[in-house]
Every structure is written in structure tokens, then in C-alpha cells.
Design a protein around this ligand. Sequence first.
Ligand SMILES: [Zn+2]
Length: 249
Amino acid sequence: MAWPRLVGERDLDGGEDRMDETGVCQSCGEKLVCIDIDPEETENFAKSLAKLACEKEARTNFAKFQEWLQRHGPFDAVVDGANLGLANQHTFSFPQIMRVVNQLRQISPTKKFPLVVLHQSRVSGGPAQHPNNKKLLETWKRAGALYSTPQGSNDDWYWLYAAVSSKCLLVTNDEMRDHLFNLLGNSFFPRWKEKHQVRIKPSSNGLILHMPPPYSLVIQESERGSWHIPTVTGDDLETPRQWVCATRM
Ligand SMILES: [Zn+2]
């Protein structure tokens, strides 16, 4: 075996070694594989998610949301409004959510609006009173792309269920590691998250959508026998995805 090399998704040290966006290792030229998620597994997960949500939330509220989704979904993307309104901001920013919504519309094959989930209090008081924001909310509502979760609800259940049941992208910078997400277990949820979570990153040109990788973050052997080992488990913005590439001589 050749000496293993560390391959970063971003070129960290100015060297040649990097993993490109499509998952081709620039050190050995092999491509990382994508292990697909079984749609049936996703449907089962959506069912157990709904069951849990009905236990934790007011059942009638959540059932009402499920009916609403039946009528307006499926979506290409779901936006965690509370998280994105505050991401890298001191005060809640509707324009920031709008920029994300518009970018998602552009990449949607049918130019469909993503679903924005926001707690009731966010769509009635505070910045929601500003005329421009009022207009925005009205536009999303008319397009069937805004759901405001009722008083006393935890909106996390709502956006997560919407994304899982629509089998679509979920935009949030929430790393989904707190108590609620611990209830979801470790077998399916981390794999689902890896393939569906989009994060936003500020840049000099505005916001960048950080899309899920087109390959799986697992130890894998390529066709010609090189091994690629991810050095970080999970995926977040602060720690760039890095791989150890070990090729056979
Ligand atoms: Zn390699």
C-alpha cells in the first residue's frame, strides 16, 4: 500500500490533493460512491416520525398539518424559517429567507416554491409587521408555500416531517443534534440528513447554498482497490469534509 494521503474537500494546503465536488479524488483519480436511500425506508421513517410528533405535539395540530401537506405537497425543498432568519444575523431577517427561497426556486425543475415553515409568532409580530415582509409572507401564502405552526408547537417536528415525507431537501443550519433528534435513533436519520440537508453560508456574493455531497460519507473501496476513509463523521460547515486516500501500489 502507498502512503495514505489526506484529501480535503477544499484545497487546504495549496497542494494537488483534493476531493472535487463530484467526489473524484484528485490524489488517485477514483470516484466516491453514493449509497442510495431506499424509498420504502424513508416512508417508514416518515410514519414513525409522524407517530412521535403526535405524541409530543398536540395531535390535532399535527394531523391538520399532515392534511395540509397532502393538499400542497410534495415540495422540492423545505426551509426551516426560524433558523435561516437568524443565521449569521443579529435580528430576524425575512430578506435572508427570501434569498434562500429564490435560489431554491431557481434550481427547482418546476420552479416551485419551497415550503417555508415558521412559528405563528414569527409571522404575526415583530419584523413580520414591516410592509415589505408582510408582502413577502403574503406571496408565499398565496403560493401555498408557507406554513405557520400553531401556538405552543415545536416547529422542528413540522419542517423535519415535511422534508422527510416529501423526500426532498431541507435547508437549515441546525445541526439537529438536540433532544428531539436523539429520539430518532442512529440507524436511518444520520444517513437521511447527510443526503438531504442544505446549509447556508454567507459569502461576498451573498448567500451560498451548501448542498449535500453526491457521494456517501462512509469508508469505501473503489473499483481499482483504493480505500477512502472519511476523517469526520457527519457533515458540518466548520469542519470541511476530509478523506484519507490509501492506494494500492
Ligand atoms: Zn483517492
